[in-house]
Design a protein around this ligand. Sequence first.
Ligand code: 6LW
Length: 516
Amino acid sequence: MPTFANPVLPGSHPDPSICRAGEDFYLVTSSFAYYPGLPVFHSRDLVNWRPLGHVVDRPSQVSLSGLDISDGLWAATIRHHEGTFYVAVTLASDRRGSTTYLFTASDPAGPWSDPTVLDAEGIDPSLFFDDDGRCWFTACRDAAEPEVTGPGELWMRELDLETRALTGATHVLWYGAMRGAWVEAPHVYKRDGVYHLIAAEGGTEHHHAVTAARSDTVTGPYVTDPRSPLLTHRHRGVAEPIHNVGHVDLVDTPAGETWAVALGVRPVEGTHTLGREVFLVPVEWTDRGPVFAPDTGRVRLSERLPAGTTPPATVPHPAGPVRDDFTGSALGPEWNSLRGPVDHLVSPRPGEGGLSIRLSPEPLHSTGTPAFVGRRQQHLRMRARTRIRFTAASPAYEAGLAVVQDNHHATLALTTDASGTPLVVLTARRAGSGTRLAATPVTHDDLVLAVDSDESGYTFHVEDGTGTTTLGSIDRPFFSTEVAGGFVGVHLGLYGIGDTGAGEAYVPWFEYGPAC
Ligand code: 6LW
């Protein structure tokens, strides 16, 4: 039986939401404080996903400034109704509280509208279009009586599509099946006249689970599906390659099947670095409701292809390194900055190719917009290399390669010592406080900086034309969510720090790919 490889979107792509328009599937994932925000992907077969654009690609749409990396754009829902695409999303902020935004587009590739702010409490907004065309908004919020009901509750109000405002009564739908655990990520589906409310419970870590309730009317009352949890890996042992499975969204295919996109992680000895990834799971509808992974009851690394699709003609994820020469007028869709555009700091050199990185005093751990662009690490075993030319006028100036996981960073940077000798320095930083792990003088200011990773750690190298020097390694758990905290996965990137106008680095190319 032809199969595909899970995850279908490797690397940090949490909280997937999916919809179909005709033969086309569209998927959005969370992007937190990375910019542009809310990547949109397109697929015809649910397996091969191609980046299409971003919902948030203008700073005027949403302000991400001042946010921690794991705050920002959380858990969007994408839906298609009568020619319009809708995305509802939370802008989460520890300090400012959360805001719910609604965006629309006639083409999911964009442009997406400026947002409408919805008067909605909580996180994980979702939309359901009933047969009569009415739109119902759901989200989760703190429960009014947590000691009785559990910490969270799912609620619903009608969304008036004309005025783009919530209207009518608030309906409290459900407190979840596991009660003591947070209930979130609600989505409503209608099947044979029954409304099914599917949610995530247990928190987004080890106890993550899919639970369900059903009702004859959209606004409830919803009755817990006694089979809950319908999907979880929390009972599986350390040998299980996929954990933390949950936060699903369902879609029907033109061939009449239903599939779920779920988030999950691939830990190694209890810690994961790549973030929460997108897994594709078969679903079968029965009289009792949806059955996830009916054959095996679990999410698998190798799964049967959806019916009606042919084995992919192209390899979805490159087998070797892919080099970016930055020859386009803008960076490719895999590149992200933090909290806003950085064209004034990091930009392709017109005509020439390569990237200019102008120094900026903003450190990587700040809540501003540093001179940084990064791409997701998508393979546990990988290698990233970059050629860089930079002459630091002061030991306080540096430019190079960065590994960023929330507030845990490592940098491999070209700088100088006080006497003006160029150095390459490896530094590990926790929330800005850095430990210099190694330094080596270099004879060139034109070098290749490299990092590779495997199950045990990240190893940093410098190539100067005469040979390769390995500067050191950092244990993998330092870059894991379990140690660094937060909601994101590792980004690999390029950065420069120094006084404004004090110089720029030139990066002819950056290369990333899986390693064996
Ligand atoms: C997301 C929520 C969650 O909104 O993490 O714990 C949040 N679960 O569903 C960010 O991904």
